[in-house]
Ligand binder design. Sequence first.
Ligand code: SAH
Length: 229
Amino acid sequence: MFAAKIFTLYPEFFPGLLDIGMYRRAREKKIWSLDVVNIRDFAIDKHGSVDDKPFGGGSGMLMRPDVVNNCIEKNQNDNPIIYLSPKGDKLDTSLVKQFAQQAGINILCGHFEGVDQRVIEKNNIQEISIGDYVLSGGESAAIVVLDAILRTLPGVLGAEKSLDEETFNNNLLEYPQYTQPRNWEGITVPDVLLSGNHAEIKDWRLEQSRSITQRRRPDLWDKYNKKNN
Ligand code: SAH
C-alpha cells in the first residue's frame, strides 16, 4: 500500500478530489492510504501561533520552523518528505515514477509566504514545484502530485498499458485521438485509423507525435533526438 501523508494548515482540503471515482475505489482496495496531519496541532506556544514575520523585512508571514519541525518529528516515517514550493525541482514524469516506487510520500504544504528555510534543510526535504507560477498554498499542488503518482500504481487505472503510450513517455507528446461519430459536422477521422492496418496506424501515430512535439515543445524534441540518435 502506498502511504501518502500530508502536513497542512488546511486539512479540510483533503481528500477532496482524491475521494472520487478511481481514487476512492483504489483507497477502498487499500492500494493507497491517506493520512492528513494538521500542522496547527503542533504549535508550541499557548496562542497556537504557526507563523511570524520574516526577518529582514518583506511582506507576508512565514511558517515557523519550530512548529513545522515538531509536526514532522512527531509524525515521522521512512518515506521521503517533499516540500511544495515554486523554487523546487520541477515535477516531471521521471520524478513521478521515482516517487511512485517508494512505499509512500510525505508532503509538506506551505502557506502564506512559505516555510522558514532551516526546517527544510534540517530535515533534508526535497523541494518540488508543479510549474512556473505561484499558488496561494501547497494544498492544490499536493493533489496534483498525488494524482500524478497514484494513477501509475498497479490496479488504479483500468487499462495498465495505456500509460506506456502517453504524453511524455519517450519525451514525445501524444498523437491526436478520435472517437465516434466518424463524420462529425462534416469533419472526418483520418483514413488510416479506419484501415485496420496496425503497422500503418503505429507509424502514423509516431509521425504525429514527432511533429506535434517538434512544433510545441522544442525542449522535449531535443531530449527525444538525443535519446533516439
Ligand atoms: N513567497 C514564495 C511563494 C509562496 S506561495 C515565493 O516567492 O517563492 C505559498 C505556498 O504555496 C508555498 O509555500 C508552496 O507550498 C505553495 N506553492 C506556490 N506555488 C507553487 C508551485 N508552483 N509549486 C508547488 N507549490 C507551490
